[in-house]
Design a protein around this ligand. Structure first.
Ligand code: FNR
Length: 364
């Protein structure tokens, strides 16, 4: 049942504190280090205002988008979020059902607590698979082949998290990953831990980064599949341009919700430069800090084609399972439609950079 207090999508964030164990809530809400980037993601949206426009005919309006050759009813995607059984016993299966019910594209995580095959059975036709490179190429290949077989229609390879950076907030709250939070997709694969470095070696450079993915690995991946491959975790325009040049089908402008490099810029702040560098027509998705339909509008105005929602998904899941996630997406979509209508935009293509205004006095 949806609690009566939920009046907007962001209310799920507040209410989830009553439904999740405090350490789990802190683990989801927190970022890496001191949460500088978590805060930056949210603050970035507040620096933009939206221009209302008068007397525009939006009576034939809609929110449809086409991305990587695929049509979507609206640009609100469910971000890959690991271990959803932290929020609900049947985590990913509930999110998958929700995505299906509200025509949202589900991006299912490699680190899901249910297998990608089980998620696919509950999901709608619009499902993408988020891939983490595995230590052994044959394991990555196997994961990819399973995703293709299970009918995922695009691969989103996440490249911004070769190092797990602990969250101080989660540590302070006493969070420990519960024993039943295991990556169901990775059973039988080589564990991610790398061999201990020699005494004179750096644990980071020669240890963890010694087996991190490279441009060669990405080129290899592109050669293994005919599915569109998008890269998630792009913040620098030069990376976006280089990725486009090697045949990547699109990028997700993202700092992993502030969970990797603490001090990385807000995704929204780098979006215009990435759009300018890649030019029109190259699929750009954005995540990080999306809490409302007006946030989505701002992201679309500044160059995104669609957005992904991370934490709100976990919060809604904890409050009301599949129903909560479906309701949260429905609210976001309707908030976006209200915003489009009042800004005089009948379609997402009409949401240009002229639809938003840098708030006076905010730093450039
Ligand atoms: C994530 N994110 C993530 N990304 C990814 O590519 N694979 C993953 O397995 C996960 N897991 C994960 C777990 C949790 C608890 C969170 C909060 C996030 C990052 C996610 O896809 C997305 O980039 C951010 O969550 C977007 O920011 P917001 O919407 O949470 O502000």
């Amino acid at each position: 049942k949806i609690p009566a207090e939920i009046g907007c999508a962001a209310d799920y964030e507040t209410l989830a504190q009553r439904f999740m164990a405090p350490p789990s809530y802190d683990y989801v809400a927190g970022g890496s280090g001191h949460d500088l980037t978590v805060a930056a993601n949210l603050a970035a949206f507040a620096r933009w205002d939206i221009y209302p426009r008068l007397l525009r005919d939006v009576s034939a309006g809609h929110t449809r988008v086409t991305l990587a050759g695929q049509q979507f009813a609206h640009p609100v995607f469910l971000a890959p979020v690991a271990f959803q059984n932290l929020a609900h016993a049947a985590g990913e299966l509930q999110s998958a059902r929700a995505a299906h019910a509200v025509d949202s594209c589900l991006v299912s995580s490699t680190l899901a607590s249910c297998s990608l095959e089980d998620v696919a059975r509950g999901a709608g036709p619009q499902r993408w698979f988020q891939l983490y490179f595995q230590l052994r190429r044959e394991d990555t290949h196997d994961l990819l082949a399973r995703a293709v077989k299970a009918g995922y229609s695009a691969i989103v390879v996440t490249l911004d998290a070769p190092i797990q950076v602990p969250s101080k907030r989660a540590l302070r709250a006493g969070f420990r990953m519960p024993a039943d939070c295991v990556a169901a997709n990775l059973r039988g694969y080589a564990p991610a831990e790398t061999a201990p470095a020699a005494p004179q070696h750096s644990r980071i450079f020669q240890g963890i980064m010694g087996s991190a993915p490279s441009w060669d690995d990405l080129r290899w991946l592109l050669a293994q599949t005919t599915l569109p491959v998008l890269v998630k975790g792009v913040l620098h325009p030069d990376d976006a341009v280089a990725l486009r040049a090697i045949g990547v089908a699109g990028v997700v402008v993202s700092n992993h919700g502030g969970r990797t490099l603490d001090g990385a810029p807000a995704s929204l702040d780098v979006l215009p430069a990435i759009r300018a560098a890649t030019g029109p027509g190259f699929p750009l998705l954005l995540d990080g800090g999306i809490r409302s339909g007006t946030d989505i509008f701002k992201a679309l105005a500044l160059g995104a084609d669609a957005v992904l929602v991370g934490r709100l998904q976990m919060y809604a899941l904890s409050v009301a399972g599949a129903l909560g996630v479906a309701h949260m997406v429905k609210l976001l979509r309707e908030e976006l439609e209200v915003c489009m209508a009042l800004a005089g935009c009948a379609t997402v293509d009409e949401i240009g950079s002229g639809a938003v205004l840098r708030r006076p006095g905010s730093p450039c």
